[in-house]
Design a binder for this molecule. Structure first.
Ligand code: TNX
Length: 510
């Protein structure tokens, strides 16, 4: 079975025509700026799985070759991430206007090949050979920002886990990994001018599962690995609430001058930076130093500064702190993203982006706070918690293998894959339409998730629904067709060794 998730804008599969056969003779002919690097990324995977040489070369493609072309006029509508893919007995050709578009096209090619293409070891040809069906694909995304968020603060995940996660989301053509780097339970990014943030501040996690943090070099490695897969890292420093880890590391950030003890529970909304003028010098120096160092590590355009659930901050203090936080952030030259509560400030820097996390039926203030960003010239990322939060439990899990141990249920109970699939980001907040949206993001919070396989188990397959909403054209959704493609994706995840929950309704292949 073949099928591409997210569904391409247009695909014609010609079952009656001869397929392409990838053999030991195949070369990858790369043409145009940046094409060879994308070809090498694809070739590394395909060489491991097939045992073929697959040299990346210049020249004229033969019928046994794959041609990867970057040139003006290749992508439909000149879309930056668009591509065309043609396959058949006379070869495979992917064309794009940019290396990024070419990379997205290679993710479709992976899914058109047998799932064994994902295997890290050459375990022999699959039955039927390494075939690509005869097909014509013309594709480009609906939204530019298609994200996943990983909470590395509640539990810490070592670099290798994060790289593995990047690999898995890139297959679904996601192009952003938002890292929730700080919270009450841990500060996970080295800030050289405030070393105790990753001393005391990184010593804990939920449930006493140990601490951890990324050194600046570790973080650069993550950024570089993501960049090779055309994934932008969005760092989040959650402020002014969710700051117990920072407050525990530096007494001078606390109104009473006393550092609280590190926190290993799962409550939210009890910590806050201090808005008092007596602490202004320390607090503003902390803000400026942190955002400067994080921005310096970040080639991407965005800096997420939190703003959610500051329940221990008075409304006046919240507005004052958000103004100071956003001003410091904007001074780095980055565009600020904030959870929708930040819309309480009418002094947001131009272009500040909202991340909406209320429900598909918005709570009244959430809609108003989100519109506040749009009124101030910003756009919106949609993450409605009842459909896009990947830490929400699976419906049949309480009876299932996990015994209800993983995930939460506060966002209107467990979430089915159909619910995750059947919503339209442009129809959530009245007054926030298609043109106001930057994109869509699926967060996974890790209060209940202590290992990367537990994370994967919650993320897959539901993230495929979010990826398809973010990439594929708007319009009526064919649930059955989607489920068939998710079943095909399941075989790729099996071959990759990525964990997932075999949700009911999908015709999983044994
Ligand atoms: C709400 S969503 C939070 C997080 C929790 C999550 C758990 C948001 C902006 N804040 O602090 O981890 O729920 O599902």
């Amino acid at each position: 079975m073949s099928g591409i998730v997210p569904a391409p804008a247009s695909i014609e599969l010609r079952d009656d025509a001869a397929p392409f056969r990838l053999t030991d003779d195949a070369r990858i002919v790369a043409r145009g700026a940046g094409a060879a690097a994308v070809a090498e990324t694809f070739a590394a995977r395909a060489r491991a799985a097939t045992g073929f040489g697959l040299p990346v070369v210049d020249g004229e493609p033969a019928a046994s070759d794959l041609a990867f072309v970057v040139a003006d006029g290749e992508a439909p509508g000149a879309a930056a991430e668009g591509y065309t893919l043609e396959s058949g007995a006379d070869g495979v050709r992917i064309g794009a206007d940019t290396p990024e578009g070419l990379f997205r096209g290679t993710q479709s090619l992976r899914q058109l090949l047998p799932a064994e293409i994902e295997r890290p070891d050459a375990a022999g040809e699959p039955t039927g050979g390494w075939t690509v069906p005869a097909a014509s694909v013309a594709d480009a995304p609906r939204f530019a920002y298609r994200g996943a968020m990983l909470d590395v603060a509640r539990h810490f995940f070592p670099i290798e886990d994060v790289l593995r996660f990047i690999d898995a989301i890139a297959l679904l053509k996601l192009d952003v990994l938002h890292l929730h780097l700080t919270d009450d339970q841990g500060w996970r990014i080295e800030i050289r001018s405030w070393p105790e943030l990753t001393g005391t501040g990184a010593s804990t996690s939920v449930g006493g599962d140990g601490g951890g943090f990324y050194s600046q070099d570790d973080y650069r490695r993550i950024v570089a690995y993501a960049a090779e897969r055309f994934v932008t890292i969005v760092p989040e420093i959650d402020l002014p609430g969710h700051t117990n880890a920072a407050l525990s590391a530096y007494p001078e950030l606390n109104c009473d001058g006393v550092a609280p003890t590190p926190y290993e529970g799962t409550e939210v909304g009890f910590s806050s930076l201090c808005a008092s003028p007596e602490r202004a010098e320390a607090t503003d120096r902390f803000l400026a130093d942190v955002v400067r160092e994080v921005a310096e590590l970040t080639p991407g355009p965005w800096l997420h500064l939190g703003g959610d659930e500051s329940l221990a901050t008075s409304p006046a203090d919240y507005r004052d702190l958000v103004r100071r936080i956003a001003t410091a952030g904007a001074a780095t030259g980055k565009t600020i993203i904030g959870w929708h509560e930040m819309g309480a400030s009418r002094e947001l820097p131009p272009g500040t982006v909202a991340q909406y996390w209320s429900f598909v039926e918005p709570e009244p203030d959430a809609a108003e706070l989100t519109r506040s960003f749009v009124e101030q010239g910003g756009r919106v990322i949609m993450s409605p918690a009842d459909v896009a939060y990947l830490d929400m439990q699976y419906v049949d899990d309480p009876q299932g293998p996990l015994g209800g141990r993983l995930g939460q249920d506060w966002a209107k109970g467990p979430t089915t894959i159909d619910e995750a699939y059947l919503w339209d980001p442009a129809a959530v907040v009245p007054g926030v339409g298609e043109g106001d949206l930057l994109g869509v993001e699926a967060p996974v919070w890790t209060e209940t998730l202590g290992s990367i396989s537990e994370v994967e188990f919650m993320v897959f397959p539901r993230i495929a629904a979010i990826a398809e909403i973010a990439w594929s054209p708007a319009g009526p959704r064919d649930v059955e067709g989607f489920f068939g493609r998710v079943a095909a994706l399941g075989r790729h995840l099996d071959a990759l060794g990525v964990a997932y929950y075999p949700v009911r309704g999908v015709p999983w292949v044994e």
